[in-house]
Design a protein around this ligand. Structure first.
Ligand SMILES: [Ca+2]
Ligand SMILES: [Ca+2]
Length: 472
């Protein structure tokens, strides 16, 4: 597709061919509504907006560090992630979303029309985000590269058609080429050019490093699935086996499985949430789940028939940072790991925690009581609680998402949750032990504006409200 900045690119700038137009392009970008709305005000644009593609073409990595999380909220409004457009569902936004991701990760752009394209790795990728990719570039070059700790580790080019490859040097050093695994020439300069033959694989590294040392660089994504083969997953115990080429619908057709109780898995991720993805079947059973070493709950993977890619446990609302999820096999013949999906909901940027005492929270019914100075770990040490079924709370907020934060305990039960008056689901706050500041319900992807979340007590002795977290 022709982009707005196909005739004025990072290569036009770096090869001195922009004729002074680069500054005009940047000024136009900075003056655009997309910049003020998405970048400065945290308001997501329509899913089909190409503004993030423009930002990537202009090399605006720092802007995209803000805008990718803002715009991603547009894809959370339905369980299947399709975009709801009043009377139909659309997948169109994924095209522009993925185009922006690709342009941030990898570009092959010419300085001017009719000149040769130049491959650039991570031209607009936020440097704080470790990433690894493989994407097709112009000229039949399949490019892969990895960024870890703000450092481009290597560049690999698979030449499908042969011909000359031009690459913008991602380092300020010379570059050593390995051709089909064998060390070859060393190149210097900012713009690298070298011949390739069809079918040849060329790996580029800095002097003093080798391609092999980067083979296992880890990927920690946000929202994307991480397969069970990832190096950030460790399998504890002696009964683990790996099964690939499965026809059960698993992610990448493979799983790890254990047969001994107390064998365990652990996945380390960076983000604010995680999904554990596995199969359910009649020969599977219970798994104890821990987050950061703290027991959360026992999940049950038993089901009369086999179901693939089941999210049997989700955690949200963690502090931004590195966390672990651990599962311990308790019952059943098998425990499986298919994949994980670490997520980042933007907490810490554009999220606000609101205490249960806020004036926007309304408590309806005759049994509501306020309890303060609690020692249970509640937010600001207080909660509101009700004891009668059908008593309800309602919280009105402005934003695109909300978390309902409460306690879980053995004397708590089910709550029906409504958003803007529409029933969403029944959540269950029952747990053998008391757990504070639990996100029992999350909503994302609402249209920017004013919304309400309402909870109606259905079962249990108590229904509590500790806090809400709102998202811009
Ligand atoms: Ca898998
Ligand atoms: Ca509170």
């Amino acid at each position: 597709m022709l982009e707005k900045f196909d005739v004025l690119t990072l290569e036009s700038r770096d090869q001195g061919m922009d004729g002074g137009d680069w500054n005009t392009a940047i000024n136009t970008y900075l003056a655009s509504p997309g910049y003020s709305n998405i970048r400065n005000n945290g308001q997501a644009a329509h899913p089909t907006s190409r503004f993030l593609v423009d930002a990537a073409r202009l090399g605006r990595a720092n802007d995209l560090a803000v805008m990718f999380p803002v715009q991603y909220r547009q894809f959370f409004d339905t369980p299947n992630l399709l975009q709801k457009e009043s009377d139909y569902y659309s997948a169109q936004g994924y095209g522009t979303w993925s185009a922006a991701l690709q342009e941030a990760l990898s570009q092959s752009v010419a300085p001017k029309p009719a000149l040769d394209p130049v491959i650039r790795v991570f031209p607009a990728w936020p440097t704080a985000w470790d990433a690894k990719y493989k994407l097709l570039a112009k000229g039949g070059f399949v490019v892969s590269s990895s960024m870890a700790s703000q450092d481009v580790q290597y560049v690999e080019i698979e030449s499908q058609l042969g011909g000359t490859a031009k690459v913008r040097n991602p380092w300020a050093t010379n570059v050593v080429l390995y051709r089909n695994g064998v060390q070859a020439e060393t190149l210097s300069g900012s713009l690298l050019s070298f011949a390739t033959t069809a079918g040849e694989t060329i790996v580029m590294v800095r002097p003093g490093t080798t391609p092999d040392q980067y083979r296992s660089s880890s990927v920690v994504g946000t929202g994307a699935k991480v397969n069970d083969t990832d190096s950030n997953i460790s399998y504890g115990g002696s009964s683990w086996a790996y099964s690939s080429g499965r026809n059960s619908g698993d992610y990448q057709a493979d799983v790890h499985y254990a047969t001994a109780n107390n064998d365990s898995f652990q996945f380390t991720f960076t983000g604010t949430g995680v999904d554990y993805v596995t199969e359910k079947n009649s020969d599977m059973g219970q798994i104890d789940i821990y987050i950061d070493g703290v027991f959360q709950q026992t999940v049950d993977c038993a089901n009369p028939t086999r179901l693939a890619q089941q999210v049997v446990y989700s955690k949200r609302g963690l502090a931004t940072g590195t966390h672990t999820i651990r599962g311990v096999k308790k019952t059943g013949q098998y425990m499986l790991v298919d994949a994980f999906a670490p997520s980042n909901d933007g907490a810490g940027g554009g999220s606000t925690k609101v205490n249960d005492t806020d004036s926007r929270a309304a408590y309806v019914g005759g049994t509501w009581t306020y309890s303060s100075g609690r020692l249970e770990g509640d937010y600001q040490a207080d909660v509101h609680y009700a004891t009668a079924n059908n008593d309800s709370f309602q919280f009105t907020f402005t934003g695109t998402g909300v978390d309902y934060v409460t306690e879980k305990n053995s004397d708590m039960g089910q709550i029906d949750i409504y958003i803007d008056g529409v029933f969403q689901q029944t959540v269950d706050c029952a747990n053998p032990t008391r757990l504070a500041q639990q996100v029992v319900y999350s909503k994302r992807g609402l249209a920017t504006g004013t919304h309400t979340i309402r909870g109606v007590k259905k079962t249990g002795q108590y229904m509590l409200v500790d806090a809400f977290t709102t998202y811009n």
